[in-house]
Ligand binder design. Structure first.
Ligand code: SAM
Ligand code: TMP
Length: 409
């Protein structure tokens, strides 16, 4: 009997369509000598709401287990993403932040990758960031940060202290937050009637089209579409007034919400809704087919890695991404198949990967002794990484990719 649960947006029934099995916290990298018996695991499974069509996890991981002082992900690690957020900051400064004394609040500002440009422009801002370590990095850049989870109570306090905001912004953060009713009540309380709530997150349409199944992990609770976001907004007195497709992180959409009736929805909203209808994105059958594709990729990838091992080839991973926790744990990829994973993040280096305990090493280690193959876990940064690692290919090295299917490049 397939499992069901209650939708975190509308309360209707959520029907499960894929079970990734027991999975660890994707950003918890244990020390090599840690007691691995105490590692936290939960059942990672995804379902579709039969009411509002929001795709969501069947089980929720408590937020303090994921976002805390030692949260290792730092947004400024990618030069491509630094440019992306600087571009967005400039766009907001030129369009929405033009009043006498504009105010912008960012949820999940991380190390300040977006707010840096806002602070440098002298515009009033506040980052709300519960993960203390990365919040400190933002503060060190001169950014005003409040170390807390955003929710309704936080929003009310900010509104009382700083007044209402012209823009509330969140990147790769809203989809991390199951308690959406509190978030949207907070947004309503904090936003000026003329203001906008802008957020960008991985797009379900791209995930299904590319079978980018590794977008599913503990931190990614919701998988948005224009339809499900429109429904979610409507229930909170907000309205979806614009959408923009982005190429970053394997395909995202930037959604703009405004208080209902304040702005005219753009043609792009109707266009995306129509393409989702055509692609049957709200149908369980479409998502079950996605699940079949995940199973095919799992089989192909494990078969390839076993064959390379039998042939005596060396294989390492590139990018100890949160996404890679899903891949390695689903496929049973342990150090016998992938000897180490290299990553630029200091807090991950010298540790082992969640659940599968593959050592994490530095890109310097990678360059010192190139393997035959590198399994590109950070495939969403492929252009940037392949360009900087051209010497690996020049030395005869090959990349292994698994989205949208398993191939050697
Ligand atoms: N915005 C950055 C980016 O796009 O690179 C960071 C994204 S990171 C994947 C998600 C961030 O959301 C983390 O820094 C986490 O601490 C933060 N976060 C999680 N729950 C939050 C909440 N309720 N309010 C504000 N930030 C939150
Ligand atoms: P992300 O896909 O969630 O952005 O995570 C990317 C991971 O890959 C992060 O741990 C940093 C790492 N990384 C590298 O090791 N080298 C690189 O050039 C880039 C862009 C990321």
């Amino acid at each position: 009997m397939p499992s069901t649960s209650q939708c975190r947006i509308c309360g209707d029934q959520v029907n499960e369509f894929f079970d990734f099995g027991q999975q660890p916290l994707s950003d918890a990298f244990p020390a090599p000598d840690a007691d691995h018996g105490s590692e936290f695991f939960f059942r990672l499974a995804v379902g579709l709401c039969s009411g509002c069509t929001m795709v969501q996890l069947m089980e929720e991981v408590p937020r303090d287990r994921m976002f805390h002082e030692e949260y290792p992900y730092v947004s400024s690690g990618s030069s491509f993403m630094r440019d992306h957020f600087e571009g967005l900051a400039k766009q907001l400064l030129a369009t929405e932040l033009t009043s006498d004394d504009p105010f912008v609040v960012e949820l999940g500002c991380n190390d300040g990758v977006m707010l840096k440009a806002v602070a440098e422009a002298g515009v009033r801002h506040l980052g709300v960031e519960p993960s203390g370590g990365v919040a400190d990095l933002a503060a060190a850049k001169g950014i005003r940060v409040r170390k807390s989870f955003f929710e309704e109570a936080t929003a009310l306090e900010i509104a009382a202290e700083d007044g209402r905001a012209d823009v509330i912004y969140a990147a790769n953060t809203l989809c991390h937050i199951p308690y959406m009713d509190s978030i949207l009540a907070g947004v309503r309380a904090l936003l000026k009637p003329t203001g906008v709530f802008v957020f960008e997150d991985p797009y379900l349409g791209d995930i299904v089209e590319r079978t980018s199944f590794d977008q599913v992990y503990d931190e990614h609770f919701f998988f948005f579409t224009a339809r499900s976001v429109g429904e979610m907004a409507r229930r909170s007195g907000l309205e979806l007034v614009d959408v923009e497709r982005l190429t970053v992180h394997g395909g995202e959409v930037r959604y703009t919400l405004a208080p209902a009736g304040e702005r005219k929805p753009s043609e792009a909203v109707a266009g995306l809704l129509a393409s989702e209808e055509k692609g049957a994105l709200g149908e369980l059958a479409t998502l079950q087919e996605f699940g079949n594709n995940v199973t095919r990729i799992r089989e192909d990838l494990t078969a390839l890695l076993r064959r390379l091992k039998d042939e005596g080839k060396t294989v390492v991973g590139y990018g100890a991404t949160a996404k890679s926790a899903t891949v390695t744990n689903l496929c049973g990829i342990t150090p016998d198949l992938v000897s180490y994973v290299c990553d630029t993040t200091p807090a991950k280096q010298g540790r082992v990967t969640p659940g599968t305990h593959i050592p994490v090493r530095t890109p310097k280690d990678f360059a010192a002794d190139y393997p035959d193959y590198a399994l590109l876990f950070a495939w969403n940064h492929a252009e940037e990484i392949m360009a900087k690692e051209q010497a690996f290919r020049d030395a005869g090295g090959k990349w292994i990719l698994y989205v949208p299917d398993v191939r050697i490049s």
